[in-house]
Design a protein around this ligand. Structure first.
Ligand SMILES: *[C@@H]1O[C@H](CO)[C@@H](O)[C@H](O)[C@H]1NC(C)=O
Ligand SMILES: *[C@@H]1O[C@H](CO)[C@@H](O)[C@H](O)[C@H]1NC(C)=O
Ligand SMILES: *[C@@H]1O[C@H](CO)[C@@H](O)[C@H](O)[C@H]1NC(C)=O
Ligand SMILES: *[C@@H]1O[C@H](CO)[C@@H](O)[C@H](O)[C@H]1NC(C)=O
Ligand SMILES: *[C@@H]1O[C@H](CO)[C@@H](O)[C@H](O)[C@H]1NC(C)=O
Ligand SMILES: *[C@@H]1O[C@H](CO)[C@@H](O)[C@H](O)[C@H]1NC(C)=O
Ligand SMILES: *[C@@H]1O[C@H](CO)[C@@H](O)[C@H](O)[C@H]1NC(C)=O
Ligand SMILES: *[C@@H]1O[C@H](CO)[C@@H](O)[C@H](O)[C@H]1NC(C)=O
Ligand SMILES: *[C@@H]1O[C@H](CO)[C@@H](O)[C@H](O)[C@H]1NC(C)=O
Ligand SMILES: *[C@@H]1O[C@H](CO)[C@@H](O)[C@H](O)[C@H]1NC(C)=O
Ligand SMILES: *[C@@H]1O[C@H](CO)[C@@H](O)[C@H](O)[C@H]1NC(C)=O
Ligand SMILES: CC(=O)N[C@H]1CO[C@H](CO)[C@@H](O)[C@@H]1O
Length: 297
């Protein structure tokens, strides 16, 4: 208990206060709770009636004794506390986190007491996010709220990710963190002159074989003809003036050098001489034309 100006007054009050209990209809209401550190706080006694005496305590420490005109403020609070002598409301200036705790007011007339818990919080500041890793591979694995664990990371998880830290006072959002998530290759397509499915082309055709795949970083492409690697890289392979020897199975392989995954597709291309590629309908028309020519003679 703090040293106070009047031991006699203290003795009188303590005698009165013995046997006091809460739950008397009297309340202490903090004006702001939680309150930011550095602000001023008033502990308001409810109901608001004119009072003439009482004791304010912080935990087991006496802040002040009050009887009539006389207010004995303890040394520790002299510079930063004041009391309204008509209501008994206690004001604290420039509160610090150390002012967090239980405050009680004990009234002498009538003999009642009330308590309140006050929380003083430092505003949130300086929020940063650190990622254990920012270069991730899709579907490879990487609980309090400080930690966000992403299991089976997906390409859609790349962010930006932010962390919002809040207390009762404010909230602060971190700078965004971007994750670089490698994935693929997948969703592959293989087109020959814009078409797919084992096509037949006539002799002398120019063919462009185009490959694509979803991949990050971009996939690297390799080509093979009848399972023999071609000395060709990149998503496009061209054949100018196709000959029958160009018939066969063309394979496009996509490779991601970070995920180390491969994917490939094969298309069978057939190069035919014009006569072979003639369609039955064309033969029928030609035959009909010949028939008509003969008839007209
Ligand atoms: C707290 O009270 C002091 C004096 O009463 C005043 O100078 C200061 O501006 C107040 N601070 C705030 C945050 O209201
Ligand atoms: C408190 O006392 C003042 C004068 O001392 C008076 O004007 C006021 O009405 C009183 N308030 C209550 C709630 O009794
Ligand atoms: C004390 O409280 C009363 C009632 O709320 C108010 O009218 C008065 O201004 C206060 N006095 C001081 C010094 O703050
Ligand atoms: C709170 O109390 C601790 C320990 O007594 C002390 O080190 C610190 O400086 C105090 N903080 C403030 C803001 O008064
Ligand atoms: C923010 O946090 C970092 C790391 O803890 C620290 O080095 C820096 O001084 C802090 N800055 C402020 C303004 O508190
Ligand atoms: C993905 O996870 C598997 C199994 O945990 C591991 O063997 C592999 O090296 C990981 N791949 C990469 C690229 O980190
Ligand atoms: C994490 O945050 C959620 C939502 O804000 C909350 O319900 C939960 O209690 C928090 N968990 C921990 C361990 O703080
Ligand atoms: C953060 O604070 C702002 C106002 O400062 C408020 O509008 C918002 O709802 C708060 N967000 C969270 C998550 O507390
Ligand atoms: C194929 O391309 C060459 C030039 O690259 C061109 O001279 C030739 O006419 C093209 N052939 C066909 C059938 O389009
Ligand atoms: C991996 O592939 C990317 C995209 O194709 C390329 O830019 C990078 O140089 C390759 N890295 C290595 C180590 O081969
Ligand atoms: C192309 O592939 C098909 C099916 O796998 C096979 O029957 C055919 O013999 C292959 N053609 C060549 C020229 O290897
Ligand atoms: C769509 C289709 O029929 N694709 C086939 C083309 O030919 C290659 C090789 O013969 C097959 O592997 C594909 O399935």
């Amino acid at each position: 208990m703090a040293t106070l100006g009047s031991g006699a007054l203290l003795g009188v009050l303590l005698t009165f206060l013995q046997g006091l209990h809460g739950g008397t209809g009297l309340e202490v209401i903090p004006s702001v709770n939680p309150v930011p550190a550095g602000d001023n706080e008033t502990l308001v006694i409810f109901p608001p009636v004119n009072r003439t005496s009482g004791v304010w305590e912080y935990g087991d420490t006496t802040i002040l004794l009050w009887l009539g005109d006389r207010v004995d403020m303890s040394e520790a609070y002299r510079d930063r506390a004041s009391m309204n002598v008509s209501t008994g409301d206690l004001s604290l200036r420039w509160v610090t986190v150390n002012d967090t705790g239980d405050y009680s007011f004990q009234s002498l007339v009538p003999m009642v007491m009330a308590k309140a818990s006050l929380t003083v919080l430092e505003p949130v500041s300086n929020v940063t996010v650190t990622a254990s890793e920012t270069d991730l591979v899709e579907l490879n694995d990487t609980d309090d709220n400080r930690t966000l664990k992403i299991s089976n990371v997906l390409r859609t998880d790349s962010g930006p990710l932010v962390c919002i830290v809040s207390n009762g006072i404010n909230n602060v959002t971190s700078d965004p963190v971007h994750l670089s998530i490698s994935f693929g290759p997948d969703d592959m397509t293989f087109l020959i002159n814009g078409q797919s499915n084992n096509l037949t082309f006539s002799l002398g055709s120019n063919l462009t074989l185009t490959c694509s795949a979803q991949s990050s970083p971009p996939a690297q492409f390799r080509w093979a003809f009848n399972e023999k690697p071609l000395d060709e890289e990149g998503p496009e392979y061209t054949i100018t003036g196709a000959t029958e020897t160009d018939s066969g199975n063309y394979t496009c392989q996509a490779h991601n050098n970070v995920t180390l995954r491969y994917i490939s597709l094969t298309e069978m291309i057939k190069i035919t001489s014009r006569s072979e590629s003639v369609q039955p309908a064309t033969v029928a028309v030609a035959f009909l034309s010949l028939l008509m020519a003969m008839t007209l003679q």
